[in-house]
Structures are given as C-alpha cells and as structure tokens.
Design a protein around this ligand. Sequence first.
Ligand code: GLP
Length: 257
Amino acid sequence: MEIVICKTKKEASRKAADMIAKLVKENPKCVLGLATGSTPVEMYDCLAKDVKAKKISFKNVKSWNLDEYYGLAPTHDQSYRYFMNENFFDKIDIKKSNTHVLNGLAKDWRKECAAYEAQIKKAGGIDLQVLGIGSDGHIAFNEPGSSLASRTRIVYLTPQTIKDNARFFKKASDVPVSALSMGVGTICEAKKVVLLAFGKNKADAVKGMVEGGMSQFCTASALQAHNDAWVFCDEEAASKLKLKKFYAWRSEIEMKG
Ligand code: GLP
C-alpha cells in the first residue's frame, strides 16, 4: 500500500485525479469502479475540468459504483445514482448507458447482486477502483464484521455509519438501514485501487487500515494484501500514522516510477 500524504485535500484530490486521468488516456476503454460520499467530490471536479479542457474523454469508459442504499429510488436525492449524476456523470462526456449503479429498489437483491458481479466480469474486471473510507474503517458499505472475502450482497449499516451519514438526510431516522454493496473480495479484485481520506475524523480509520492488523473489523485493512493500492490523504487523516514520514518519502519515489 502506498500512502501519499499531501498538505491539503485540494492537492491530494488533484494527484488522485491525475492517476485516473493517466489511465483513461492510456486506456480510453477502461473500466472504473466509482465511489460516493463527500470525499471524492473534489477529485471528480478535477476530472470534469480535464474533460472540459479536452485533456481526457470518458466517451468509451465504463463504470460500476460500489453501493446503493436499499429502498431508495434512483431519483431520490440521497440515492447514490442521483449523487453520481449530479457530482460526476452530468459534468463529463460518459455515456449514461455505460454507468452502472446497483438498483436500490430491486425486489430480488440476490439476483441484482449476482447480475452486477457478472456484468463486471463480462467487462473484463475493474481496472481502477476509487474508494473513500468510513470513520470505522469500512469501504463501500462493508461494515465491521464483513468477511474480507465477501461479494456483492445486502448489508446492514452500523449506528456509527447511520450517524455519520445522517448529515445528508433531514433526520437520522430517514437514513436507510441497509444497502446493496460490493464485497471486500469484489473490491480487492480491482487491478488498481485509489482510496481517498481527508480530515481528522478519518485518522483512526487510516491508522487501522495502514498499520493495524488485517481484520474484518476494519475492512479497508484488506487492501494491505493488494499489490497496487494507493491512499491519497491530507495531513490530518495521516496524523496518527507511526511511519508517516517514511510513507511520504517512499511514495514520492514510487510516484515518479
Ligand atoms: C458511505 C459510503 C462509503 C464512503 C463513506 C464515507 O458509507 N458507502 O463509500 O466512503 O460513506 O463518506 P464521506 O466521504 O462522506 O466521509
């Protein structure tokens, strides 16, 4: 795992966007795994600027999102499909038909999740997966206790995640208690992973992910076994890392390579 520690969220977002832009340039037909949450928004803005400046094009890119609240229609303003349209897809030249988000209204969630996994496989797998991290160390909606081998399925949100995500809803009781989510095993199959983490609220999660033992109680720690995982964070999110100076020095060398 490479840890890129930046002075600001702005700098980290730009660097992460550069990594994605490089892939899109090299492989215009690449397959992206995308994430929601407030964390990647600035990075999506950087990519949208690149598209506007005609530096890159998403015309032939395909995407699969990590997760969706179970029970929310794609038109609901807190659904992740709505979020992706608003914050990214409507600002770039991607074909909507090439973007995929799990259907939160699927009656048969097993069928929905199995079909989603099959679609990803048929597309050749995910070339680059974007991730945020929950304050409890979760990736997608793989809450503490999720198997590190888990696949796309229905999941239940912890009280901590409901509390964290309540800021986007009118009241905490409006936050859905379940979601459809790619599994940790699904995520770890991506060829490259770019995880973003900002602010002191993520410092414990980042510490657990990078320097804790690999455990289903911090599902992001599964990335320790991935051979091309990159963490872009600001100084606050990196503040609890024991070896932060070493990571910063090493990642500078690795970024050049
Ligand atoms: C939700 C999403 C995660 C995201 C996390 C953090 O739980 N399912 O994918 O990483 O929120 O959100 P934020 O970036 O707003 O802190």
